[in-house]
Design a protein around this ligand. Structure first.
Ligand code: SAH
Length: 413
């Protein structure tokens, strides 16, 4: 009976690797069911703050991931395998093609695995710390078609580098750049700090909402470009910009939202913790000929504290924090800064609900929430929320006081 059940569910799942891989939690639902599930989740968590619009799904929810990462290793018979780490363990599940990953990227990874024996390239063996190739990371610009291959190796000594690169380019002329990344540490992180460009410019570019963005091996870029356009246009549309506003893009990454909004605002300030991302943001501004954006590498909360101290009040704040949501420092300084409009882009409705509680007590009203499906087949759900400041200054004191006692578990104190 147990066996039968297993077989049935195996047949029913669209991906043959689903059970072992665990990356797509909603494999047991068809796409309309997934959308309904996500929309309900957002309604359940966010509905009490204000109106939730119907979720925007994808027309074709397949092969949307523009960034594909494969781990390389050896199986029990010491044959080279490549695939994904099983979510419950650290074992590699061999995967050659995945229903959500870019198909070109998957093909390049299989080609590299096939080339390895003839180039005497060894896969890295985690148990002994020997071997060479640990991961292959492929990023593709969906609009430009540019392809970057990052070979993550345990050592900088790449013996047959030139003929290997030549052969790979022969087999995949669509590749525009190849980078060797050296990761010689015992770490779960895929990429190491050192890099060497083996071919091309060392980065690719993609176009999003009419602006060009540079994507380097380590910089953050949304992984579903089709839905990112939906997400960003929704967010910028909610801000109702007229060209006269000062906008703050908090957690700005490589400046995507700031640069896309720049044409509709007087000026945009971007703040981001990661220095590499800020460097990319400045390069992106230059590349697009944008002259009304300024980027700063800093903690977003501290930056806003400074703004508040100098009585610089932006008209709109976009905030796009990581999955853990915002933190107490940020929310406290946002309430102090008190911009008339806040557009919160969230990739986790649980932390969004927690943060909304605080913003609502601080006098913000949820005008609209728009769920956008950025990650079909997985349980992740993105939501854009439009908040505006009502005339409730009298409640501000009480709020700032209650923030001190707030349970901000999961955030930095
Ligand atoms: N808005 C960007 C990036 C969003 S990802 C985009 O859509 O591409 C979230 C970003 O927040 C990351 O780049 C991360 O480095 C940054 N971040 C995390 N904590 C931060 C903090 N305390 N202050 C400023 N930026 C932070």
């Amino acid at each position: 009976m147990e066996k039968e059940k297993k077989n049935i569910s195996k047949l029913a799942l669209p991906c043959p690797h689903a059970k072992k891989c665990g990356g797509c939690q909603l494999q047991n639902m068809d796409y309309p069911q997934q959308l309904a599930w996500k929309e309900n989740r957002v309604r359940r968590l966010i509905g009490r703050f204000g109106p939730v619009r119907p979720i925007v799904g994808m027309e074709s929810p397949y092969h949307y991931r523009n960034k594909v990462q494969a781990a390389f290793g050896l199986d029990g018979r010491r044959r080279i395998i490549s695939g994904v780490y099983q979510s419950a363990s650290h074992r590699i599940v061999p995967v050659d093609s995945c229903m959500i990953e870019d198909e070109t990227a998957d093909k390049i990874i299989v080609t590299i695995r096939g080339m390895m024996p003839s180039f005497h390239m060894l896969a890295y063996d985690e148990r002994t710390g020997t071997g060479f190739l640990r991961h292959v990371l492929v990023k593709r610009g969906f609009t430009t078609g540019q392809v970057m291959v990052v070979l993550v190796a345990a050592s900088p000594i790449f013996k047959l580098q030139k003929p290997f690169v030549k052969k790979l380019l022969e087999l995949h002329p669509e590749i525009t750049t190849i980078v060797l990344n050296i990761n010689d540490k015992f770490t779960p992180l895929v990429l190491g700090q050192r890099e060497k460009i083996l071919y091309g410019k060392g980065y690719i570019e993609d176009v999003l909402c009419g602006k060009t963005f540079r994507i380097s091996p380590r910089s953050f870029y949304q992984i579903n470009p089709v839905q990112t356009e939906v997400l960003y246009s929704t967010a910028i549309g909610m801000a109702g910009l007229t060209g006269r506003e000062t906008v703050l893009d908090a957690y700005c990454g490589t400046g995507t939202i700031a640069l896309i909004a720049s044409g509709q605002a007087k000026q945009v300030l971007g703040v981001e913790l990661n220095r590499d991302a800020v460097r990319d943001a400045i390069a992106n501004a230059r590349q697009n000929g944008v002259t009304n954006c300024w980027f700063t590498a800093a903690d977003a909360g501290e930056y806003m504290e400074d703004m508040a101290a100098h009585h610089d009040r932006p008209d709109v704040v976009f905030m796009d924090p990581p999955r853990a949501g915002s933190d107490e420092k940020f929310l406290r300084s946002l309430l102090r800064l008190s911009p008339p409009k806040v557009i919160y882009i969230s990739c986790n409705p649980e932390t969004l609900a927690r943060d909304l509680e605080i913003l609502q007590s601080g006098g913000y009203k949820l005008e609209a929430a728009q769920p956008v499906d950025m990650f079909p087949w997985t349980s992740h759900c993105e939501t854009v929320v439009q908040l505006s400041k009502g005339e409730i200054t009298s409640r501000k004191v009480r709020v700032e006081f209650s923030l001190e006692d707030m349970d901000m578990s999961g955030t930095e104190k």
